[in-house]
Design a protein around this ligand. Structure first.
Ligand code: AMP
Length: 211
């Protein structure tokens, strides 16, 4: 398996880029945040256990997350090209991937964006309650007021996108990120990407990085 992990703060555009790469270039994309939200919606015990941590902007326990991602990766063909978005968030999660030769990470891409922009992006974000598509109250408005352009679902604010929780999520991110950058940097797998650029520009840079 050829695994790339997207590192970067919440709101740095990892999900938007990963979804596009999956649609256009055949990457298999897993977002652990989306997986947890789907589990909550389905009433699954893993989701219900995680909900409290998510609503407070805390990380879900490493063992829960490692089991979730292992379950997702196990059925894939060894030829798959995979993007993980939102995983790993800790060095323990990163080591768990590298522990098995089949899931060793080939590239880590770090999306760099300053804090003011992150807060503006996250607090203005709206997502479709049906399909999860992302919009923004100023920068990416839906053409259909209050509804998703793709599926017509209601647009809602994520419970953890309130300013208070966003600030906490960013603190949690900073507390883990340096260690993760050191982890991948030491093995020369890390590339930085300026995430303050148009979506298409970033997409083209990623296509170059990922070959
Ligand atoms: P995201 O959609 O990536 O911003 O994730 C939303 C929330 O899900 C995070 O704030 C965490 O509570 C939880 N979460 C997602 N991925 C992970 C992970 N790899 N490790 C721990 N918690 C996670």
């Amino acid at each position: 398996m050829d695994i790339t992990v997207f590192l970067g703060a919440p709101g740095s555009g990892k999900g938007t880029q990963a979804k596009r790469l999956a649609q256009r270039a055949g990457f298999v994309h897993f977002s652990t945040g989306d997986m947890l939200r789907a589990a909550i919606k389905a009433g699954d015990p893993v989701g219900l256990k995680a909900k409290q941590s998510i609503d407070r902007g805390e990380l879900v326990a490493d063992d829960v997350m490692i089991a979730l991602i292992e379950k997702a990766l196990t059925p894939l063909s060894p030829k798959s090209r995979v993007i993980l978005d939102g995983f790993p968030r800790t060095v323990a999660q990163a080591s768990a991937l590298d522990a098995k030769p089949s899931t060793r990470v080939a590239h880590a891409v770090y999306f760099v964006l300053n804090e003011d922009k992150l807060i503006e992006r996250l607090t203005g974000r709206r997502i479709c309650s049906q399909c999860g598509e992302s919009y923004h109250v100023r920068h990416l408005r839906s053409k259909v007021e209050g509804r998703c352009e793709r599926c017509g679902g209601d647009l809602v604010q994520r419970s953890d996108d309130s300013e208070e929780v966003v600030r906490h999520r960013l603190k949690v991110f900073v507390s883990q990120n340096t260690k993760l950058l050191e982890y991948y940097g030491a093995a020369k797998r890390l590339q930085e990407l300026n995430a303050d650029a148009p979506v298409e520009t970033i997409q083209n840079s990623l296509l170059k990085i990922l070959g």
